[in-house]
Design a protein around this ligand. Structure first.
Ligand SMILES: CC(C)C[C@H](CS(C)(=N)=N)C(=O)N[C@H]1Cc2cn(c3ccccc23)CCCCCCNC1=O
Ligand SMILES: [Zn+2]
Ligand SMILES: [Zn+2]
Length: 168
């Protein structure tokens, strides 16, 4: 695993998040559920807990966008970069953006599995960089994983515990 330079992390073990925008590819409830599932994986492996907020600010703001969308990382249409997220910090820090030009799916082999991408992006939002382990969620390229046996690799778990400690 790798961490970001300076090892930015959230100062509190309670991290708030809010979903600002959705995709036409999946029902809102599915996006809500898969984000919660992704965060549950990270919280099970660490001392972190997550609180969803419906209004106002939050540490991690989650949204879908296409092309140029207000930060210095415009998306590139279908394929290529699927999403990006910022290391823990104020304002844009921790935020995760998903390219709405992708075909976001849940469970089907086609398109991009949203759960997998969300788990990867939220790893970045928590302070993890990329892993050289092809089995790691934090590996730089997307590959289809069977949702049944999809989960954090030992390398991902070592990384998150390095930053936030082991579950007591
Ligand atoms: C791990 C993801 C969830 C998030 C990362 C982006 S990030 C910032 N969060 N680390 C991602 O999108 N990686 C690209 C990397 C990539 C693969 N290729 C590319 C062609 C062009 C540009 C990028 C890529 C080859 C063609 C396949 C394109 C589709 C799949 N794309 C990827 O795997
Ligand atoms: Zn962005
Ligand atoms: Zn990445």
């Amino acid at each position: 695993f790798t961490l970001f330079p300076g090892r930015p992390k959230w100062p509190s073990n309670v991290v708030t998040y809010r979903i600002l925008s959705y995709t036409q590819d999946l029902p809102r409830s599915t996006v809500d559920h898969l984000v919660e599932k992704a965060l549950d994986m990270w919280s099970k492996a660490s001392t972190l807990t997550f609180k969803k907020v419906r209004r106002g600010n939050a540490d991690i703001l989650i949204g879908f966008a296409r092309g140029a969308h207000g930060d210095f990382n415009p998306f590139d249409g279908a394929g290529g970069i699927l999403a990006h997220a910022f290391a823990p910090g104020i304002d844009l820090g921790g935020d995760a953006h998903f390219d709405n030009d992708e075909q976001w799916t849940d469970g089907s082999k086609l398109g991009i599995n949203f759960l997998f991408a969300a788990t990867h992006e939220l790893g970045h939002s928590l302070g993890l960089g990329h892993s050289s382990d092809p089995d790691a969620v934090m590996y730089p390229t997307y590959s289809y994983k069977n949702p049944k046996d999809f989960g954090l690799s030992p390398d991902d778990i070592r990384g998150i515990q390095k930053l936030y400690g082991k579950k007591r």
